[in-house]
Ligand binder design. Structure first.
Ligand SMILES: [Fe+2]
Length: 450
């Protein structure tokens, strides 16, 4: 844990039920024309986009929707969105959706001041990737810095409770970079590349928990899996400080409180169901935001590094990859960081919640150990939450677990996540990473997940 730290957040946060209905007024202060970034048709958020567009019209504002997203953007998608933004002469850009949508809005807002193409966001080969990673380690931000702040305001409106992207200065791009295979041959290595820069922080985040009402149980659990992982990794990070610990522990506490209701939220009926869900949605939205704030200062560690490798090489959605990688990584880290994990358990009130209420995240969970003895009970209860999310996401591995596959996963992870691996509380060697990947892929084939 770091003994000195700094933290900056220029993002104005508007939080609460009904805040979406005031979004048009907020946007009116930023300019008359705006680009709304959302999902590709059929957009599950179509009604929200329509509602907002109508409100903007009433206020005399013009908007156009770029609905091209399905998962993390690639360079082509960013270039396409920027073209739309320029053609429309937008004064602001709004991201309405999950983490990938918000990341896209942040990236195109940040790039607007630059004359560089979107392709400059990602390295072309492994040597360039290493140079950029070294620069990021030194300064904490991307070497490629087209602007210190976005030239037009970015507004982030999350419709999931997971990534926390609405308050972070990072964005992830899917890309493929050249890797030398031998003297005369080259191969393409799939990578999830993280861009990190203060200019990526949105000017405004509007977080309305009531939009979660439309989310499926699978989407809610995916969000919980990601936010929980981000909070725990930030807490255990070598860059953690007092403030990020506060954010992370509170995020874990809120998620712990929400789990029993989340298990039964969809099975209730009538007014009782609405009351349960409303309070849960507020806690989950707040937890995701707090985990994002923790990540923003302390970073994430080996589980997110591996999730990027799994997502790039196997095409798994981010939260599903996190849900599968995190139990293995937390157990591995717990072996060398028991006191820190017990401290988090106590600060988050998790042991008290489980022992006093008798609630369990899944039927397979073990009761917590007495305080001060072993983190195993807490670790397994948390692992049960991730297992639930992985089950709902139907993660599967369709290919044999060969040394070549493990090597590709390790290589993709090492290229994309040098900093994440360095921030891990336990030193991660190449051999450790290969062994952890073997364990993660084997766990996917177990009856607990499949
Ligand atoms: Fe994440």
């Amino acid at each position: 844990m770091a003994s000195s730290w700094q933290y900056a957040l220029p993002t104005r946060i508007v939080f609460g039920r009904g805040s979406f209905s005031r979004l048009a007024e907020e946007l009116a202060r930023l300019g008359r024309r705006g680009l709304i970034v959302s999902y590709q048709p059929p957009n599950p958020l179509e009604d929200l986009v329509d509602h907002l567009t109508r409100q903007l019209k009433v206020l005399g504002l013009e908007s156009t929707c770029f609905g091209g997203l399905s998962d993390e953007p690639d360079v082509l998608k960013i270039a396409e969105a920027m073209e739309r933004l320029r053609a429309f002469r937008a004064d602001w850009v709004l991201g309405l959706g999950g983490g990938s949508v918000l990341d896209t809005a942040k990236l195109i807002g940040w790039l607007t001041a630059s004359q560089k193409p979107a392709s400059a966001l990602v390295p072309q080969n492994i040597a360039e990737a290493k140079l950029r990673q070294q620069g990021r380690e030194r300064s904490g931000e991307e070497c490629f810095s087209p602007a210190k702040s976005p030239s037009l305001p970015v507004v982030a409106v999350p419709t999931t409770a997971g990534s926390g992207s609405e308050v972070t200065e990072v964005a992830v791009i899917r890309c493929s970079i050249t890797a030398s295979e031998g003297q005369d041959t080259e191969k393409q290595l799939p990578v999830k590349w993280t861009v990190s820069h203060p200019g990526l922080r949105p000017a405004l985040a509007v977080i309305d928990p009531s939009v979660l009402d439309r989310a499926s149980p699978e989407l809610l659990w995916r969000g919980v899996a990601d936010a929980l992982a981000q909070a725990i990794e930030a807490y255990l990070s070598r860059a953690a400080g007092d403030l990020t610990n506060l954010f992370a522990a509170e995020a874990v506490r809120l998620i712990g409180e929400s789990l029993p209701a989340l298990q039964t939220a969809r099975s209730g009926a009538g007014d009782q169901r609405a009351v349960v869900e409303n309070s849960v949605f507020e806690k989950l939205s707040l937890a995701a935001m707090l985990a994002g704030l923790a990540l923003n200062g302390a970073g994430v560690t080996v589980a997110h590094a591996m999730a990027h490798g799994l997502g790039a090489v196997l095409g798994w959605p981010h939260a599903a990859a996190v849900a599968v990688a995190s139990p293995v990584c937390l157990r591995w880290n717990a072996a060398a960081n028991a006191s820190r994990i017990l401290e988090l358990r106590d600060r988050a009130g998790w042991g008290h919640r489980a022992s006093s209420s008798g609630n369990r995240a899944t039927p397979a969970l073990k009761p917590p150990e007495p305080a001060g003895e072993s983190p195993e009970g807490f670790v397994e209860e948390i692992a049960g939450v991730w297992r639930q999310a992985a089950k709902l996401a139907c993660v599967e591995i369709a290919q044999p677990i060969t040394p070549e596959l493990i090597d590709r996963l390790v290589q993709s992870t090492e290229v994309s996540s040098v900093l994440g691996l360095r921030l891990n509380p336990r030193r991660v060697t190449r051999e450790n990473l290969a062994e952890l990947f073997r364990e993660v892929l084997t766990s996917v084939q177990s009856p607990d997940i499949t």
